[in-house]
Ligand binder design. Sequence first.
Ligand SMILES: Cc1ncc(COP(=O)(O)O)c(C=O)c1O
Length: 476
Amino acid sequence: MPVLGDGLSRYLEQGFCSFHTPGHKGKQEFFCGLEFPAADLTELPGLDMLHAPAGIIAEAQAKAARIFGAEESFFLVNGATAGNQALFMAISDNKPVLISRSAHRSVFSGLILSGHKVKYLRPVIHPDFNLPLGLEVNEIGGALANTAACHLTYPTYYGSCCDLGAVLEVRNRENYAIPMLVDQAHGAHYLGALFPPSALTLGADAVVHSTHKTLSALTQGAMLHVQGSLLARQRLRQALELLQSSSPSYLLLASLERGAESALAQRRWEELRAEVEAIHLSLSGSLRLLSVKDEQKFGIAHVDWSKILVNTRPLGVVAPVCVEFLRQRFGIEPELWDNENILFLLGIGSTAADVRLLRRGLESLLKLEFEHEARLKAGAKFTEHTRLLPLLPPVPPQRLTPRQAFLAPKRLVPLSESLGHIAGETISPYPPGIPVVVMGEEVTGEVLEILRAKGEERWQGWERAGEERIWVVEDE
Ligand SMILES: Cc1ncc(COP(=O)(O)O)c(C=O)c1O
């Protein structure tokens, strides 16, 4: 029995209602006429070529560009990850690049590929959620000078958007010829008045969409949209060719064209919005939900209602216990959770009935329809472990660029011997994934303190977390 196929079947048998990616939510209607496995093809006569499109791929990309308002759009078969990476490789200026410390890890890998030095923006941590939801425009505006590019995430995973329009105004007023690169992975569906303005409408130079997250593309289907002349198009094309497969899946490409078309179905979202409003009406007195009321505070300009972020602290129950309850009693599968927050994602394939199920599940949480014992245990856990680690330690001194550190010889040392060494790996508690230390930075006392206070943290990028050992760069 093939273990992966078997595992997938067993997962599907549980029949969960999806509040996670992909955005098509398993609905056949988005794939009618796409024959699997017969249409699982790659570049063949008449089928065009992804890296030199002149036929049907060029046409489909041009259609996507018209829909989203770009000058040119590129289909990506390795997710928004490849888009972010290509953006950094396309920057020819070797001045430092400005990014948020809470950027996705594909941005950090882009820096390894490009070799740039980095200047960091400190995200604003929202005190009610203990999450990096905002960015201060003044800080960004002040940091733009003498950089090669600025890369911002808009929206965050959690649906909060910084004031990108104001940042672009500063850039234009000061006449900085700095490309504004935007990771709109979680906002591919921003068209029209139901959602925050899209980064392209605001005037960003390059925008990455993860079309599979909220629209109907197959997983890994993403797009990169560009406009203006601040980013070298030819170099960008070369970077995409370097990073992407020479055998792109045509099922995936065809699903991208449909994904772009699905963005036009705004009426589907209207129905969902009414149901999400009902959730807010019913629950916001008892649970903390991120909402429009959070706009204009803590560096947040807009909130995308289609991502439902629930903080369970007011209930006195840790999020993992609530998640277990929602999974077992209601078959609800969220996108992600930490100790106090749960994130539910809607997509173009979500239905009003799905959102009503979520409302019933959350209302049942309030009625405490689960074991008293578990609640007591969970309540106790809240005080012991939550917010044990500071989310935003000071950025350690950068001794090497991420690329220099990546290429340098490394050795494993016990944490207790790592003070003052140069980190050879990028380590982040996940979620939310803000690095405690990026490779090339010094392991400071503050870094060590956080790594030692591990608790139940789930680490990203720390290979030997269990052994309390860390990769450092060999002594120079
Ligand atoms: C903010 C952000 N950017 C980029 C990505 C990468 O997207 P993909 O999964 O399409 O490669 C993610 C993935 O979760 C993300 O959260």
